[in-house]
Design a protein around this ligand. Structure first.
Ligand SMILES: *[C@@H]1O[C@H](CO)[C@@H](O)[C@H](O)[C@H]1NC(C)=O
Ligand SMILES: *[C@@H]1O[C@H](CO)[C@@H](O)[C@H](O)[C@H]1NC(C)=O
Ligand SMILES: *[C@@H]1O[C@H](CO)[C@@H](O)[C@H](O)[C@H]1NC(C)=O
Ligand SMILES: *[C@@H]1O[C@H](CO)[C@@H](O)[C@H](O)[C@H]1NC(C)=O
Ligand SMILES: *[C@@H]1O[C@H](CO)[C@@H](O)[C@H](O)[C@H]1NC(C)=O
Ligand SMILES: *[C@@H]1O[C@H](CO)[C@@H](O)[C@H](O)[C@H]1NC(C)=O
Ligand SMILES: *[C@@H]1O[C@H](CO)[C@@H](O)[C@H](O)[C@H]1NC(C)=O
Length: 386
């Protein structure tokens, strides 16, 4: 069955083919017909069929992977279970390779011996592999001003191309490289970075989180007016990463949660100091300090007294509804109390009915004008009475 001469020829020829690479135009031409088929491109994991035309006069035939014989006729030489015979007849000799992998890539040769002379057909299997990100920077926490480099490496065939971008807040493409350099990182550059590996077949995407730490900065303190016996709240707002700890002070004295009818409530970037029932002694100067490992920041608040009714009632009454005679006394009282508490320079400016007449001439600020109007509206019912 096995013709020794054919195998000698086959082996010799194969070695020749391998040494010379493909395509083959060798000295063998005098004795052997060589043909190069189109490359077969197959995705990793798929099956591939290798088909070789035969002829009536074929006496021996074989499929080879590089220099190793896979099948010699219907005899399987390969030990690889993924390789199997599909068809062997007068017309064709077809084998199948299942679950193709990267290592299967390369030249495959069909060697045929006819009554006249040997013939080879070679085909190159190209394996495509979807991209996989194999090495990615870990999530990092850095201080503002640090130099940061992110890395993303991917495997795949063809070689995937890599891009980096910042997702939130979304910015256009940041880098078209496996490395992303962010010199002296700012807090605005904190966020989720996305690495995309893409080739002809597929895409792989992974993300990295950069946290940028910075010292707190507390927004400016605001003075707050509250009526005796009411609830009062001082709010301390801060911008800081990591989340700060808050401390509240009355002048130099530290305030603790739950003591003296005060509650301190911290929620991330905000701390609230709540007075459940304001007493005379509560009016004064309060300081909020926000602290994290990078520093601290403070703001002061003056809690001052406002006489009933509350200032929101005042504004509604003046802006919205008509003033009733009996309510006027009360409103007038309040207005004067607001005036006392308002900075003196505002009220050093001329006010009263006379001033309102030329109030539109423009030299006075809107504030002054508003207060003057309030005063006028407040006084109006009285003026009308007399
Ligand atoms: C087949 O693939 C090989 C290796 O990638 C390449 O050198 C050759 O040019 C390809 N031949 C054809 C016909 O595409
Ligand atoms: C082809 O040969 C290569 C290199 O020896 C081997 O890694 C691969 O598994 C072989 N493939 C088949 C289908 O025989
Ligand atoms: C990932 O990259 C780092 C830095 O270049 C290297 O030290 C490490 O060996 C790589 N890991 C893998 C799995 O390639
Ligand atoms: C960041 O890189 C710049 C330029 O290479 C260098 O001058 C600077 O010292 C680096 N900063 C830090 C914090 O390493
Ligand atoms: C607030 O305190 C005053 C004086 O101690 C008391 O008379 C009043 O009932 C308190 N109000 C509330 C709502 O607890
Ligand atoms: C409140 O206290 C802070 C800190 O002690 C001080 O800097 C600020 O001037 C005080 N404000 C007023 C209005 O007294
Ligand atoms: C408050 O901040 C100022 C600078 O903004 C600083 O001089 C002062 O010492 C701080 N006060 C406290 C009590 O931390």
């Amino acid at each position: 069955m096995k013709n020794p001469m054919f195998w000698v020829l086959l082996t010799g020829m194969t070695i020749l083919l391998i040494q010379q690479g493909l395509p083959v135009h060798s000295q063998g031409e005098s004795q052997t017909d060589s043909k190069v088929m189109d490359n077969i491109t197959v995705r990793q994991g798929e099956n591939v069929f290798l088909r070789c035309a035969q002829g009536d006069i074929v006496t021996h035939t074989a499929w080879l992977n590089r220099s190793s014989i896979l099948y010699a006729g219907e005899d399987k030489w390969s030990v690889d279970p993924r390789v199997s015979l599909v068809t062997l007849n007068q017309e064709e000799f077809t084998i199948k390779i299942e679950d193709v992998d990267m290592t299967d890539e390369g030249p495959y040769i069909c060697a045929v011996q006819t009554s006249s002379r040997p013939r080879t057909t070679s085909v190159h299997i190209l394996v495509q592999v979807p991209p996989t990100i194999i090495n990615l920077s870990k999530d990092i926490v850095v201080n503002e001003g640090s130099n940061v480099t992110l890395m993303c490496q991917a495997s795949g065939k063809p070689e995937p191309s890599l891009t980096w971008k910042l997702l939130s807040p979304s910015v256009d493409l940041v880098s078209e490289d496996e490395y992303l350099d962010i010199p002296s990182i700012s807090r605005q550059r904190a966020g989720t970075y996305e690495c995309t590996a893409i080739n002809d077949i597929a895409t792989d995407v992974q993300t990295v989180e950069i946290t940028v730490n910075y010292a707190p900065s507390v927004s400016e303190g605001r003075d707050v007016g509250v009526t005796l016996g009411q609830r009062g709240v001082l709010e301390c707002e801060v911008d800081a990463v990591p989340k700060p700890d808050f401390e509240w002070y009355r002048d130099e004295r530290r305030i603790f949660n739950g003591l003296d009818g005060m509650e301190i409530e911290d929620a991330g970037q905000l701390s609230k100091l709540t007075f459940l029932n304001i007493s005379e002694a509560d009016y004064g100067n309060y300081t909020c300090i926000a602290i994290n490992k990078l520093g601290s920041s403070n703001a002061s608040f003056v809690l001052y007294e406002v006489i009933e009714p509350t200032s929101s009632t005042l504004v509604q009454g003046l802006v919205g509804g008509p003033l009733m005679a009996e309510g006027s006394t009360n409103v007038l009282l309040l207005t004067s109390s607001v005036l006392e508490k308002t900075t003196s320079e505002t009220f050093a400016l001329p006010a009263g009915p006379g001033a309102v007449q030329d109030g539109n001439s423009g030299s006075m600020g809107t504030h002054v004008h508003t207060y003057t109007c309030l005063l006028l509206v407040t006084l109006l019912p009285f003026l009308l009475k007399f």
